[in-house]
Write a protein that binds this ligand. Structure first.
Ligand SMILES: Nc1ncnc2c1ncn2[C@@H]1O[C@H](COP(=O)(O)OP(=O)(O)O)[C@@H](O)[C@H]1O
Ligand SMILES: [Mg+2]
Length: 374
């Protein structure tokens, strides 16, 4: 943990990064409050009333004045706004251009559509955004949605005491969080709509007023319209497999409600670094072989699918296990045969199938890396 600031170091003119939230002391005259500068705790609260401050979004500020420096329990650090801060998300690699656009969209409260192949980090990114911005994360899998009302409630039929069937509506987490957000304007919610392209078109249409300026949905239990307050932000994800790269079945009008952000797999050195952090003790050179093969498969033309980071992660789990960590020459092909070829249709030893084509890429890449498969 970084140490706490001393007052001496916070002389007027010092600039640092801060994340502000609404000041809970309402009559203080300052709308915004922060408790940290450059991620280090400050000895007094940091206050500002600048209207350019967006709650939860990092910005750079300059110390204007520290009041009551002699008192530990009193006084404030008054700062002025200098500019936008940098946006970093712990543990997730994000392309710098995507990162900039993401920051703008979040600052402006625009809906975001993460578009990328399976296992490129969409879910992990959404979850980490919520964590690093202090938002409550609401995960919703659209793949299970059949009817419009499924976004907000599920129906359960049970037997009543007399034995006749009764229908109960159970609120989904999405509905619960919209209700909660109305009651708690100081909390922020990030609703993640995973696999938005997998749900029925008609169901998706019913969600659209939630995502445009109308910002309301029909409450299926209370039969009334429910406003979606500004402290609810939506991020959706679509899996665009390479087999369907032309379209993902979301029509233009629906797409228009989002800022689309294209994601792709991490660059190989970043994927190696990620796997090295997760699999301490596994040789860096082994990780490099795994990533090089995955990269070659992802680039190979004419395959009906692609390879997620889950696959490289799984290969590393096997390779560091004592049952496998003896002989790289035999273990590596063995593991990649199941962890990589096994994710494609067909069989590794049948060249007419995708799995066989993947096996050809595996053997070629390993041979290039001086690890020929016998
Ligand atoms: N860019 C990335 N940064 C960090 N981890 C990643 C990244 N891409 C993939 N991963 C890892 O790969 C796995 C799958 O990621 P996930 O977010 O579930 O993918 P998606 O939602 O795109 O299918 C997770 O274990 C995640 O930690
Ligand atoms: Mg996902």
């Amino acid at each position: 943990m970084p140490s706490k600031w001393t007052l001496d170091a916070l002389k007027p003119g010092t600039s640092a990064e801060a994340i502000f939230w609404p000041n809970p002391v309402e009559d203080s005259g300052y709308r915004w409050r922060a408790t940290h500068l450059d991620e280090r705790r400050t000895p007094k609260v940091v206050l500002s009333d600048d209207e350019r401050i967006v709650p939860g979004v990092p910005c750079v500020v300059k110390v204007k004045q520290v009041t009551k420096p002699e008192r530990e329990d009193r006084g404030i650090i008054l700062v002025e706004w200098v500019g936008a801060g940098t946006f970093k998300i712990e543990g997730v690699y994000l392309d710098p251009v995507v990162s900039k656009k993401l920051q703008v969209a979040l600052e402006c409260g625009l809906n975001i559509l993460l578009d990328g192949p399976q296992g490129c980090g969409k879910t992990v990114l959404a979850r980490s955004i919520a964590e690093s911005l202090g938002m409550r994360f609401v995960f919703f899998n659209c793949g299970a949605v059949v009817e419009a009302s499924d976004f907000l409630a599920t129906i359960q039929v049970r037997a009543s005491e007399s034995g006749s069937p009764v229908t109960d509506f159970i609120k989904t987490e999405v509905l619960e969080s919209i209700e909660e957000a109305n009651e708690h304007p100081e909390r922020r919610y990030l609703v993640f709509l995973d696999e938005l392209n997998r749900c029925q078109e008609t169901a998706r249409n019913a969600l659209m007023p939630a995502l445009d300026s109308t910002r309301r949905v029909f409450h299926p239990i209370e039969n009334r319209f429910l406003t979606i307050p500004p402290n609810v932000q939506f991020i959706a994800a679509v899996n665009r497999g390479r087999a369907f790269s032309a379209t993902f079945g979301i029509d233009a009008a629906q797409l228009d409600r989002f800022v689309p952000l294209q994601m792709t797999y991490l660059p190989p050195p970043e994927e190696e670094a990620l796997l090295a952090r997760r699999h301490e003790g596994l040789a860096k050179s082994t990780i490099a072989h795994v990533v090089a093969v995955a990269d070659a498969i992802r680039r190979a033309p004419d395959l009906g699918g692609t390879l997620s980071v889950r696959a490289t992660d799984e290969a590393c789990i096997f390779l560091r296990h004592r049952l496998f960590s003896n002989n790289l020459r035999t273990d590596l092909p063995e593991v990649l045969r199941s962890s990589f070829c096994g994710r494609f249709s067909g069989r590794w030893d049948d060249v007419s199938t995708d799995a066989g084509a993947v096996w050809a890429v595996v053997t070629r890449t390993l041979a290039e890396r001086k690890l020929p498969v016998d």
